[in-house]
Ligand binder design. Structure first.
Ligand SMILES: [Fe+2]
Length: 174
């Protein structure tokens, strides 16, 4: 089995160092990539013996997709808006590259490999969120009640993805 903890051991700062001046839209891009990863795994886990994995991945991508719209709207409220559509896709490409750089396998050749890949992606997202919080606090956009709802959205995201990590780890144990 892959060394998953090592795979996700990019420091939060290394991850968030890339976030630049559009941190929320970068986060939206990461959520999109994360949801695509889980949905690909949902489709790949199609055999009768993989039914519980099939449903687990469905839950993960649905919960992730629900976060995208709320955060995207918040991003625009904070003045992060793209007039250049191609930047959206560049961000998605950046986040995909980040996942692959952390040893998330490109080939998924076994049921466990699907679960491991989803777990690596979730662990990295958790690191990314830690870095995001530090960045937003440092720039005064979060904390001390300045977040105007952003604090709650991010806290909820942290809880949701902590839950995803737990479910995937339980599945690998079982
Ligand atoms: Fe489906």
């Amino acid at each position: 089995m892959k060394d998953i903890s090592a795979a996700a051991k990019l420091s939060a700062l290394e991850v968030s160092g890339d976030v630049g001046d559009m941190p929320l839209l970068k986060t939206v891009a990461f959520l999109r990539v994360l949801s695509m990863v889980h949905q690909n795994h949902h489709w790949a886990a199609f055999s009768p013996t993989q039914m519980s994995d099939h449903l687990l991945f469905e839950r993960l991508y649905n919960e992730t997709q629900e976060e995208i719209d709320a955060l995207g709207e918040k991003a625009f409220l904070y003045g992060e808006s793209y007039m250049d559509e191609s930047i959206t896709f560049e961000n998605i490409q950046d986040m995909w590259s980040l996942l692959v750089k952390t040893q998330m396998g490109k080939t998924v050749d076994s049921p466990n490999a699907l679960v491991e890949n989803s777990l690596v992606a979730e662990l990295l997202f958790a690191e990314f969120l830690d870095g995001l919080v530090l960045g937003l606090q440092a720039s005064g956009r979060m904390g001390d009640g300045k977040g105007r709802g952003l604090d709650k959205i991010i806290q909820d995201m942290q809880d949701t993805h902590e839950g995803h990590v737990y479910l995937l780890r339980q599945r690998l144990k079982g």
